[in-house]
Design a protein around this ligand. Sequence first.
Ligand code: PBG
Length: 337
Amino acid sequence: MPTSNTTSGGFPHVRMRRNRTDRWVRRMVSETTLNTADLIWPLFVIEGQNIREPIASMPGVNRLSVDLIVEAALEARDLGIPAIAVFPNTDPDIKTPCAKEALNTNNLVCTAVRAIKKKLGNEIGVICDVALDPYNSDGHDGIVKDGEILNDETVKILCQQSIVQAQAGCDIIAPSDMMDGRIRAIREALDGGGFENVKILSYAAKYASGFYGPFRDAVGSSGALKGDKKTYQMNPANTDEALREVAGDIAEGADMVMVKPGMPYLDIVRRIKDKFVMPTFAYQVSGEYAMIQAAVQNGWLDGDTVMMESLMAFKRAGADGILTYFAPRAAKLINNR
Ligand code: PBG
């Protein structure tokens, strides 16, 4: 295919730098934009009142008690962030092998969601993870029996967990567990419960990644986890398999799909977006955030620059939005530019 270079004879008629001389022209020819509507803010909720507990491996991120989560939700709304995702830090004493706290209608997540919805109604979307790891004494996303992560038994509980969260007011159910068949089962459970409009954002291509380490500190599951998650999360070596995962979840009823982690997997984002033309999200996970923050704290990188560059990279790769711990900070920069 002829390029503009060859058709017009190339240099010196063509000077690529001409379109970069000033900020206005750089903006005019920008192929990708990053808006506050592209940001989803993950939040960690903890028991108590007026508690803001720093997470050592995620500088700048805190676990918040429900009252402060509501304030964070207000901040998100005011910044133009469309949705937040709520993750619980569960007291280790209430974790059990059957993860029964996942089904407690008064668990931390449900309490937080009710409080957010009471204050904000439909002014912000609330996303809840569906998986058992915050509640499971084994630290796994599913029920463990003799060292095996049980699929079908886990899916039954995930359906109940979804209903409990929908009843609390959750707008988007986000299964992050990677069990087979859970999207269809959850869709049927939600529809059966009268929650036809509750959406499913499937963690469709979720890899068994070392980049989740700081998150597991944040929710307190790292101490609990026995072994690894390689029998259900994907092998980082695979990309065709990601397309099969996504195709399956779409067929089962996913409204949106997600790739996770983010930056090391932008090739996967691009393939999925091109092939399925579905709303496609990517998660800039805790370890990615931690890497950037660690370098910034050492004075090795400029925080705002690499934050915005990393988020733009997601958009350029085809993501419709990004789950990122940088969401409020990026939104402030976007709103002030
Ligand atoms: C739980 C879950 C994880 C993350 C989101 N949901 C961790 C895991 O699968 O071990 C990771 C998010 C992050 O690292 O920021 N299933």
